[in-house]
Ligand binder design. Structure first.
Ligand code: F6P
Length: 326
């Protein structure tokens, strides 16, 4: 530890994800262990601009490790994109004597933090909180594992109806730009096809797979479609598939925001807890404008610049596995 920090601010921003509360708790408790005052900032950058800042107490983090959502609330904030907004935010932080920040969120959150640090020199460490797993510099983002388990539970239930009624279901899962949730849950739920944004599809190949499945006696089908799939959209996909297979009963199920909620899995709670400790350790070591992540079970710090711009590639073996098992 090289630096003395007396007060830090912590906030969550962007889309919520299960495990954010576990991360807030870990940040607070690590601060307490090091005699640092921890200030909670409500509603992300919006709360920073509107001075919605309070001194956190032990009671604030009691019984929250198992809760989904974020006790600090979250918002997307247009005003922080403007210099005037950021200046106001800085003045508010200074009025509370906040010397450093921990921001929990996704790439939008880190983009804001990077600019803020460049303009005002506020030391900041980010923690990857998003279900999409689309952040470079960590194997898993906080919330990703829980979201995948939520999807699996939902698809298992949909499969009951699919089988009973001999239907083909297109199930849309979240992932604006990334197919991590779709690929993994597709494998885990035995989907016949998995459509992801990272891959272009030959629709003839897609129809052929469905037809082959039926020839082999398959009476129901689950197709997992990532929300960000670019070749088509789920409604057109269902429409065209219906034209191709007029006798099939086709249904669409969009899982939506249920994937963002719920109690975090053990894995997300541990990840969030470790990263909360790593955030404060990193700040005390003088690190700034970096994201704390865990790769191959090691804590590491990745510059915001890289975390935002670079992308984790989908594992080639996972793609091969999905193809073989479909
Ligand atoms: O958190 C990321 C994400 O889950 C994306 O997959 C999705 O597109 C987006 O959030 C939707 O967020 P909202 O409806 O809150 O804007």
């Amino acid at each position: 530890m090289t630096k003395t920090i007396r007060k830090i601010g912590v906030m969550t921003s962007g889309g919520d994800s299960p495990g954010m509360n576990a991360a807030i708790r870990a940040v607070f408790k690590t601060c307490s262990a090091y005699q640092i005052t921890c200030m909670g900032i409500h509603r992300g950058y919006k709360g920073m601009i509107e001075n919605d800042i309070f001194e956190m107490q032990p009671k604030d983090v009691k019984q929250i490790i198992h809760l989904g959502g974020t006790i600090l609330l979250s918002e997307r904030c247009k005003e922080f994109r403007e210099f005037e907004g950021r200046k106001k935010a800085y003045e508010n932080l200074k009025s509370h004597d906040i010397e450093a920040l921990v921001v929990i969120g996704g790439d939008g959150t880190f983009t804001g933090a990077k600019i803020f640090e460049e303009e005002f020199g506020m030391p900041t460490i980010g923690l990857p909180g998003t279900i999409d797993n689309d952040i470079f510099g960590t194997d898993n983002t906080i919330g990703y594992d829980t979201a995948m388990n939520t999807v699996i539970e939902a698809v298992d239930k949909i499969r009951d109806t699919a089988t009973s009624h001999q239907r083909l279901f297109f199930v849309e899962v979240m992932g604006r730009d990334a197919g991590f949730i779709a690929l993994n849950t597709g494998i885990a739920s035995g989907a016949i096809e998995i459509l992801i944004p990272e891959k272009r599809y030959d629709m003839e190949e897609f129809y052929k797979n469905i037809a082959t499945g039926a020839e082999r006696g398959k009476i129901s089908h689950i197709v997992i479609v990532a929300e960000g799939e670019k070749s088509t959209n789920i409604y057109d996909l269902a429409k065209h598939t219906q034209e191709r297979f007029p006798t099939y009963e086709i249904r669409i199920s969009i899982l939506g925001h249920m994937q963002r909620g719920g109690s975090p899995t053990c894995s997300d709670r541990v990840l969030a807890s470790r990263l909360g400790v790593a955030a404060i350790d990193g700040l005390l070591e003088g690190k700034s404008s970096v994201m704390a992540g865990i790769k191959a079970n090691n804590v590491l710090y990745t510059p915001f610049e890289e975390a935002i711009k670079k992308h984790n590639e989908l594992d080639a073996h996972l793609i091969k596995t999905a193809q073989i098992l479909a």
